[in-house]
Design a protein around this ligand. Structure first.
Ligand code: GSH
Length: 352
């Protein structure tokens, strides 16, 4: 019996040995793509591929010279400045609503920064990870002034246009059901078609995020003829998203944005960032700006990563003012997008 026992014992050990080898191979296979993740690709290409909208004023749209500008675009500049030392090293990929998730999950773009709401389904089921909420918004309705409607609850029996592939589609159905009103929702492939249908009077109302309603109203011949109804009926926390599973890249984008938010809280601006680095006695400021410590290495960058990002676009508040402030046609009050110290929701995690 002894040899048989030995045979089984040996086979048992061999099995374990092969299993161990197999697991090692698997771990290595998993480790290789992680090492050659998006950060390495971006550094190799020397350019950040940024998914933007097809044109939403204030967020991402080409200016009169064809240069992409906007709040969401500035998030890309900050990352490009931190990673590539060149805020303009960006290749823009305009994405329709339906493409904005799959473009990043498939690796077509390195980041989507385009009015995209963080939802459970997108996060858990669609191969993407959200980084930081950079704009808290909510959905609303726009109607023509001559419709004579003052509240969304008076829209019973109205027709509403909406863009396909957006959170707006489900929200508007939820709103009607919850308020026991009937809405005829007409879904269009693109925002342009949905909005044109409204402008042409084919539907009574148009629905999307409030900020976009404000932006789109400015593009009409006579904005005073359009009313944004007061009800905000959904939560739309929006922010840049990256591919699911590349934690190194997700961490980097996350902390660059937290850096911009913390910079506002600490009074670090585009104009004073170098002076703050040289003279500030605040230990948090010194650490953030690389005057002490080596936090840049935590995200695989040098210690001037945040100085470059702030030099490129300013702090969060400066970015907000540039694109939505009282000097802009959009003029969207900070509201929830204020710092937590001013009654808003902007709160950076500790940079240490
Ligand atoms: N926040 C919503 C919707 C935001 C959104 O992207 N809306 C569309 C329709 S208004 C849009 O802006 N499209 C711009 C475009 O087509 O370029 C979402 O994440 O689904």
């Amino acid at each position: 019996m002894a040899p048989i026992i030995n045979f089984f014992k040996e086979e048992f050990l061999m099995n374990r040995f092969f299993k161990l080898l197999l697991s090692l191979a698997l771990v290595m296979a998993l480790a290789i793509p992680a090492a050659a993740g998006v950060l390495a690709e971006v550094q190799k290409k020397g350019v950040l591929t940024l998914g933007v909208s097809e044109g939403v004023a204030g967020f991402s749209a080409p200016d009169s010279k064809g240069k992409w500008v906007g709040f969401d675009v500035d998030m890309g500049h900050a990352v490009a400045a931190a990673v590539l030392k060149n805020a303009d090293a960006i290749k823009y990929v305009p994405l329709a609503s339906k493409q904005k998730i799959v473009a990043v999950s498939s690796g077509q773009v390195d980041i989507t920064s385009r009015t995209t709401t963080w939802t459970m389904k997108r996060d858990a089921k669609q191969g993407v990870d959200f980084t930081v909420v950079v704009f808290y918004d909510g959905q609303g309705f726009m109607v023509k002034k001559d419709l004579g409607v003052k509240s969304a609850k008076d829209l019973n029996g109205a027709s509403v246009s909406v863009t396909s592939g957006t959170t707006s589609e489900l929200n508007v159905a939820d709103f009607a059901r919850a308020n026991k009103i009937k809405l005829e929702t007409v879904v269009f492939e693109s925002k342009k078609e949905a909005f044109n249908a409204y402008l042409a009077g084919r539907v009574d109302a148009f629905t999307t995020d409030m900020s976009q309603l404000a932006a789109m109203r400015t593009t009409t011949p006579d904005p005073s003829q359009h009313i944004i109804l007061p009800e905000m009926f959904s939560k739309e926390p929006m922010g840049p998203l990256v591919r699911h599973g590349d934690n190194q890249w997700k961490d980097l984008v996350t902390w660059v944005i937290y850096g911009l938010i913390e910079a506002e809280e600490k009074g670090i601006t585009q104009a004073n960032v170098l002076e703050m680095k040289a003279k500030s006695q605040d230990p948090v400021v010194k650490r953030m700006l690389g005057a002490t410590g080596d936090i840049g290495s935590f995200i695989n960058l040098d210690n001037d990563w945040l100085v470059r990002a702030i030099q490129a676009v300013g702090n969060y508040g400066e970015i907000y003012e540039r694109h939505f402030g009282s000097d802009t046609t959009l003029n969207i009050p900070r509201g929830n997008n204020n710092l937590w110290t001013n009654g808003g929701l902007m709160y950076a995690m500790p940079i240490r």
